[in-house]
Design a protein around this ligand. Structure first.
Ligand SMILES: NC(=O)c1ccc[n+]([C@@H]2O[C@H](COP(=O)([O-])OP(=O)(O)OC[C@H]3O[C@@H](n4cnc5c(N)ncnc54)[C@H](O)[C@@H]3O)[C@@H](O)[C@H]2O)c1
Length: 334
């Protein structure tokens, strides 16, 4: 298979290297001319994935027309760049292409899922597949065993992606729940910021377990209200990704949260991370979506206040701990 990977940050690079090693003919496209030159000369992405050498034959390019000859086009740009990149890509995409989105987020201004954004911008009626799940680039780059999920309206397209991406260290499951997978991918980053804040405040494992569990409950509430399936949130795109992103130091969102919990202001914390912190954008979208469908998301609300209204993390914690008494689930005593 010919694969064009559009976006040479950590994730695009890790997937390009993995696919090249798995036998695909791969070209990795960089948005930035200087980034392209560095990758071309070093045969390694020293900024985002140091130590992972590019296999022989893997191409680097900054020419988007590389997508024309590919069978599969993987979009691995940050969520804020998905619409502009898809628009530019559109002239090279035909009905025969499969476009795979691996970016995790919700579009800020429209609160649309990224596959919806891609569908709007690409004029061909190609199949769109979304790949998500617990998968840090740093580990996939080193061949650490990983399981992930692919979803699409087309079962055939999801199966093609499963075939092309799967290898002995990378297991791909498939599902038809696009809404659940995309919302899980975006919302877990909000919880990762909150988990980081817990760590930055020096709180304990009990606190983080409570945060992840109650965080998942609000992810499920919003996901179901928007048409996702509950079971997806118990799977790789929900619980799986939530665990990895709330626990791992590879998570930029968690690391940004740690800095915020330690008293670093939001802007400075994000600047210090030096890579895309998707939870920052996802928090705004989650609050807007929850408002539209009238869903309570108390943790998300507090993360919003910390990020955008300068709320004190300790105050946020106090607000959450002293909310009205609740049943754990609405089905109790019914
Ligand atoms: N890093 C991971 O482990 C990982 C895993 C799964 C999913 N993702 C998702 O993949 C997406 C990309 O993340 P990443 O970690 O590879 O990013 P990164 O922070 O490592 O790199 C950002 C990349 O975006 C490029 N870029 C900046 N502005 C751009 C623009 N306007 N148009 C196009 N490209 C632009 C930069 O040149 C750089 O290559 C995110 O949505 C992220 O959530 C990341």
């Amino acid at each position: 298979m010919k694969v064009a990977v559009i976006g040479s940050g950590g994730w695009g690079t890790a997937l390009a290297v993995m696919l090249a090693k798995t036998g695909s003919e791969v070209a990795l496209w960089s948005f930035d001319e200087k980034e392209y030159q560095r990758l071309f000369n070093d045969r390694e992405n020293r900024a985002f994935l140091p130590g992972v050498l590019f296999p022989e034959g893997m191409k680097c390019t900054n020419d988007l027309s590389v997508a024309k000859d590919a069978d599969i086009v993987v979009m691995a740009v940050p969520s804020f760049a998905v619409r502009t990149t898809a628009r530019k890509l559109s002239e090279y995409i035909t009905d025969k292409h499969i476009v795979v989105n691996v970016s995790k987020g919700i579009e800020k201004d429209t609160s649309k899922r990224l596959s919806e954004v891609i569908e709007e911008e690409i004029s061909a009626s190609c199949d769109i597949v979304v790949l998500s799940g617990p998968s840090h680039a740093e580990e996939v780059g080193r061949g650490v065993p990983t399981a992930i999920i692919a979803t699409s309206r087309s079962k055939k397209a999801a199966e093609t992606v499963q075939d092309v991406f799967m290898n002995e260290n990378f297991r791909v499951y498939i599902t038809d729940d696009i809404v659940g997978v995309e919302l899980g991918a975006a919302l877990k980053n909000v919880m990762a910021l909150a988990a980081g804040v817990c760590d930055g405040l020096g709180l304990g494992d009990n606190t983080k377990a409570a945060l992840m569990t109650r965080g998942l409950a609000e992810m499920v509430r919003l996901g179901i209200a928007l048409g996702g399936k509950e079971e997806t949130f118990a799977g790789l795109a929900g619980l799986g990704d939530l665990i990895v992103t709330c626990m791992s130091m590879h998570s930029r969102n968690r690391r940004a949260g740690i800095l915020i919990g330690q008293g670093t202001g939001t802007d400075k914390a994000i600047e210090k991370i030096g890579a895309v912190v998707e939870g920052y954008y996802a928090t705004q979208s989650a609050v807007e979506l929850a408002r539209r469908v009238n869903i309570e998301m108390p943790i998300t609300q507090e993360v919003y206040k910390m990020l955008f209204e300068n709320a004190d993390p300790k105050e946020a914690l106090y607000t959450l701990m002293t909310r009205d008494k609740k049943k754990e689930s609405n089905t109790a005593w019914k």
